[in-house]
Every structure is written in structure tokens, then in C-alpha cells.
Write a protein that binds this ligand. Structure first.
Ligand code: GDP
Length: 279
């Protein structure tokens, strides 16, 4: 009996430390805290938790139906449904510009990991399987928020791209899916996801041009830039226009999907499914 019991104990005890993570990034006010609360509690009829003002990432543990993530809903009570649950951590990061560097530092290695507040074992880290970059599609509509949102996204994507170059040996870094979650689509002033995508791509292209001009002015040669190896040139080729598809060369797969956390909008199901397929 003892071996059977031991086997049972081993197979059911999943230590926290092995859970994968999904990193939640984005500018302040985008709705990161609201989303975290929604996924944790289900549909929101309660007042939202206060925005995340702490200086460290906070995480929640979530479960998704691993039998069929595409049909899963964060509204389903998995225990009642009798489904096999796949667990992961959603790690909410502070969006304040001064604290971004520490959020980005987690992505800066071939196998990105994070030590979250839920990882109880001192030394262990959780593997980052995907990044959700949340934006406020209503704020993007009036243009003011576009430059600062795109700056942050540029740094996220560039960090993931550089990770590709800084790999050790021949082993390619793990591919990293990125979801740009266009939030607040319940507001009629919000940009639809397709426009969020094209506006961000255009702005990222402008930032890329401005940064490479800065490098040229500082004496870095055109050849160095064209080589695209290091530096701040986002995306592989030297093409004029930036598109998210250019990130595929670095195994960074970007999707832009619209949704809403509150109000009468499309909801958050599509984001939940996207996450479920990647953890
Ligand atoms: P964070 O700074 O990214 O964590 O943003 P919060 O989660 O604190 O959200 C900022 C504000 O946006 C709050 O007042 C939320 O109630 C509001 N908000 C979040 N999601 C939505 C949404 O889908 N629609 C609307 N209309 N407001 C939202």
C-alpha cells in the first residue's frame, strides 16, 4: 500500500513553484487591476479593488479548464464542473513609468521567470509563458495617450527581441506570445481593436524612426542599424513601416484583441481563452 500512497501523494501535490505565470503589463489606468479582480472573482457586481499602487508585482492563482481551454470561461466554477484544472499565476505589475524597468527586467532572459508573491519557496521562480499588455482603447482614441502607451509597448517588445540575440549557445529562447488587450470597448468613444492595432503600429514605427535617428546623430553607422543586431531597431527588416508581424522573426507573436472588464461590452472571455491556450 505504501508505494501506492506515496505515488498518490506525489501526483496530487503540485507545488506552487511549478505554476507558470502570465505577466500583466500596461500603462496606469488601462484596467489591469480591474481585470485581475474580474478573473479572481468572476463577473463584477461589486465595487472594484483599488488600483494597484504597490511597488511590487502582485499575483493571483487562477485555474483554467485544461481539457478544452478554448471552451473555458472564467465564469465557470471548475470544481463544480468537475473539469481538470490547469493552474497558473496572473502577475499584475505596477504601471508607473518609474517602476517599469523592474517589470521589464523579468523578460530579459532566454527563459523568462518571475519571483511572484505567491511563490512561497524562497529560491524558486515561476516561468513566464505569456505577456498581456493592456491598453485603454478609449484613451487611445483622443491621441494623447498614444505616444506614452506606445513607448512602453516599444520597450516591452524590444526587451523580448534583444533576449533573442543574447541567448546562450545554440538553444533558441522560448517563444513569447504577447496579447495587446484593447480594453474599455464598452465605451462608445473607444477605438475598435483593428484601429488600436494600426494606431499602435504607426506610433511604434514613429518611435523606431526617431530612435534610430538619435543613434545616427550619435555616430552609429547606417550599416550597424541595418544589421539590426543590437541597438533599438524594433522588428527585423529595415522596412519603413512597422507591423507586429515583424516580431515573428524573434518568436514574439503579437495578437490584438478587444474586450471590456466593466460595463456592457464584449467582456473578457476572448482574453481568457487566449491565456488558456498559452499556459
Ligand atoms: P490599472 O491602473 O491598469 O490597474 O487600472 P484600473 O484597473 O485601476 O482601472 C482604471 C480605471 O478604469 C478604473 O476606474 C476602472 O473602473 C476603469 N475600467 C477598467 N476596465 C474598464 C472597462 O472595461 N470599461 C470601463 N468603462 N472602465 C474600465
Amino acid at each position: 500500500l505504501a508505494p501506492i500512497l506515496l505515488h498518490f501523494l506525489y501526483s496530487t501535490a503540485t507545488p506552487y513553484t511549478t505554476l507558470p505565470s502570465v505577466l500583466l503589463l500596461g500603462p496606469p489606468g488601462a484596467g489591469k487591476t480591474a481585470l485581475t479582480t474580474l478573473f479572481e472573482r468572476g463577473p463584477l457586481d461589486l465595487p472594484l479593488a483599488k488600483t494597484h499602487t504597490s511597488q511590487v508585482p502582485s499575483s493571483i492563482e487562477l485555474s483554467i479548464n485544461s481539457d478544452d481551454p478554448s471552451s473555458a470561461s472564467y465564469k465557470t466554477n471548475l470544481d463544480e464542473a468537475g473539469a481538470t484544472a490547469k493552474k497558473f499565476l496572473l502577475v499584475d505589475t505596477p504601471g508607473h513609468p518609474k517602476l517599469r524597468a523592474s517589470s521589464l527586467a523579468h523578460l530579459n532572459s532566454a527563459e523568462p521567470t518571475i519571483k511572484s508573491s505567491l511563490v512561497s519557496d524562497g529560491g524558486a521562480k515561476s516561468k513566464i509563458k505569456a505577456v498581456v499588455f493592456m491598453v485603454d482603447a478609449a484613451a487611445l482614441a483622443d491621441g494623447d495617450a498614444l505616444p506614452s502607451t506606445a513607448e512602453y509597448l516599444y520597450d516591452v517588445l524590444l526587451t523580448l527581441q534583444k533576449r533573442f540575440h543574447s541567448r546562450n549557445g545554440s538553444r533558441a529562447p522560448a517563444s513569447m506570445p504577447v496579447l495587446v488587450a484593447a480594453n474599455k470597448l464598452d465605451l462608445f468613444t473607444a477605438l475598435p481593436a483593428a484601429l488600436v492595432k494600426s494606431n499602435l503600429e504607426a506610433e511604434l514605427g514613429r518611435i523606431r524612426a526617431a530612435r534610430s535617428k538619435g543613434l545616427l546623430d550619435s555616430g552609429v553607422g547606417q550599416d550597424d542599424l541595418a544589421a539590426g543586431e543590437e541597438g533599438d531597431w524594433l522588428g527585423g527588416d529595415g522596412s519603413e513601416k512597422f507591423s507586429f508581424a515583424q516580431m515573428m522573426e524573434f518568436d514574439v507573436d503579437v495578437d490584438v484583441i478587444g474586450g471590456s472588464v466593466t460595463g456592457d461590452g464584449p467582456g473578457a472571455e476572448k482574453w481568457w481563452k487566449w491565456i488558456g491556450e498559452r499556459v
